[in-house]
Design a protein around this ligand. Structure first.
Ligand SMILES: NC(=O)c1ccc[n+]([C@@H]2O[C@H](COP(=O)([O-])OP(=O)(O)OC[C@H]3O[C@@H](n4cnc5c(N)ncnc54)[C@H](OP(=O)(O)O)[C@@H]3O)[C@@H](O)[C@H]2O)c1
Length: 318
C-alpha cells in the first residue's frame, strides 16, 4: 500500500518541497504505526531542509518531521490499542528514521504518548514539541516560580508564545522581546514588550530567569541581563549561531549567575500528562499562526522560510 509523504535527500528550499508516493511502512517489534492526523512545523525542520540534511547522521532519503499527532493504526507488540489518540516527538524522528511529513509514521513506542484531549487535531498538533520544550525549559531548567521575572528573548515564535502562556498562568512577571519593531504589537498586553537589538544588559530591572531563544548570538548579553542568583536557559538558536567559539566561563558568566540548556530529546508520558493537565486547568489554547492541508505542504514551508507567521504553523493530514 502506498501513502503520500515528503521525502528529501539534499538541500531543499521550500519551493522544491513536494508530495511523493512511498510504501506505508511495515510494523516491527517495539514500533507502532501511527495514522498522522496533523503535525506542527518546527524551526529545526527548516534547518534540516536547508543545511542539516548534508550530515551523515541524517538518514538518506528522509521523511522530515520531528513531531505529530494521530491515531494508532497498528499497535504491533505494544500495549497501545488501534484508534488510540497519541502524540509523538523527537528521539531521532525525521532525522535518523522517517518522521511525520507523511500519512503514516512508523515510530518507536517509547517516543509515542497517549493523550486525552478535546483539542481539534490542528490545535493538538501545535502542542507536543513546543509545549514539551517550554515546559522543560521553564520547570526543569529555570526552576520557575510565581515571584520570578522571566525574560523571553525571541518571544514571537511558537515556543516563545507557549512559554509566555505558561509563565503568565503561573502569575510571573514576563518581559518579552522581538527583533522586529513590527512584531511588538503581536505580543500580548499581559507582558512587558521590548525591541531586542542584541543588547539588553543594564537596561532591565529585576530579571531572575531568562529563556533565551535567540541563542549564542546574544547569550553573553543574556548572562549580563539577569540578576545575581538568576538562571539563563539556552534553548533556541533563532539568531542563526548554534555554538559559541569564544566563550570564557570565568569572565562571561557573572558571579552568582547560572547557565543551563534544554534539549527536548527525552519526553515521557508523565511530562505530557502534566502538560495537558496544566493546559486544561488554565484553559490554555496554543497560538496557531497558520493551518495548511497536506496538499499545501509547499505553501506551509514557504510560509516558514519567509518568517512572519504569528504562532505555530500546522499541517493537517486528514
Ligand atoms: N532546545 C530544544 O530542544 C528546542 C526545541 C524546540 C525549539 N527549539 C528552538 O527554539 C527556537 C524557536 O523554535 P520554533 O519552532 O518555536 O520557531 P518558529 O515557530 O518556527 O518561529 C521562528 C520565528 O522566529 C522569528 N525569528 C527569526 N529570527 C529571529 C531572531 N533573531 N530573533 C527573534 N525572532 C526571530 C521568525 O520570525 P521573524 O523573523 O519574522 O521575527 C520566525 O517567525 C528555534 O531556534 C528552535 O530551534 C529548541
Amino acid at each position: 500500500m502506498k501513502m503520500k509523504a515528503v521525502l528529501i535527500d539534499r538541500v531543499t528550499p521550500a519551493q522544491s518541497v513536494k508530495l511523493t508516493a512511498i510504501p506505508v511502512p511495515a510494523v516491527k517489534p517495539g514500533w507502532v504505526l501511527v495514522k498522522v492526523k496533523a503535525f506542527g512545523l518546527n524551526h529545526s525542520e527548516k534547518i534540516l531542509r536547508l543545511s542539516e540534511i548534508n550530515n551523515r547522521y541524517i538518514r538518506h532519503p528522509v521523511v522530515p518531521g520531528i513531531e505529530c499527532v494521530g491515531e494508532i493504526a497498528d499497535a504491533s507488540d505494544t500495549d497501545f490499542t488501534v484508534g488510540e489518540k497519541v502524540c509523538a516527538v523527537m528521539g531521532g524522528m525525521g532525522r535518523s528514521f522517517n518522521g511525520s511529513y507523511a500519512e503514516y509514521a512508523l515510530l518507536p513506542a517509547h517516543h509515542v504518548f497517549h493523550v486525552d484531549t478535546s483539542l481539534s487535531w490542528a490545535a493538538f498538533a501545535a502542542v507536543p514539541e513546543t509545549y514539551l520544550t517550554a515546559w522543560g525549559s521553564l520547570f526543569d531548567c529555570l526552576k520557575i516560580e510565581v515571584d520570578d521575572t522571566l525574560l523571553v528573548r525571541g518571544a514571537t515564535c511558537a515556543l516563545g508564545y507557549a512559554a509566555m502562556q505558561i509563565a503568565n498562568a503561573l502569575g510571573c512577571r514576563v518581559i518579552a522581546t522581538t527583533h522586529r519593531e513590527s512584531k511588538l504589537s503581536l505580543l500580548d498586553d499581559s507582558v512587558e514588550k521590548r525591541l531586542d537589538g542584541g543588547k539588553l544588559a543594564g537596561e532591565l530591572n529585576g530579571v531572575t530567569k531568562v529563556l533565551d531563544l535567540v541563542g549564542p548570538a546574544v547569550l553573553k548579553d543574556s548572562l549580563s541581563a539577569v540578576d545575581e542568583g538568576g538562571i539563563v536557559c539556552q534553548t533556541g538558536i533563532l539568531g542563526g549561531i548554534e555554538a559559541l567559539r569564544d566563550f570564557d566561563p570565568i569572565k562571561d558568566i557573572p558571579n552568582g549567575v547560572y547557565l543551563t540548556g534544554y534539549f527536548s530529546n527525552s519526553p515521557t508520558q508523565a511530562i505530557f500528562d502534566d502538560i495537558f493537565r496544566f493546559m486544561d486547568i488554565h484553559h490554555l489554547v496554543p497560538k496557531i499562526g497558520a493551518v495548511f492541508t497536506f496538499d499545501q505542504i509547499k505553501e506551509a514551508c514557504l510560509t516558514q522560510d519567509k518568517g512572519g507567521a504569528d504562532g505555530k504553523i500546522v499541517v493537517t493530514v486528514e
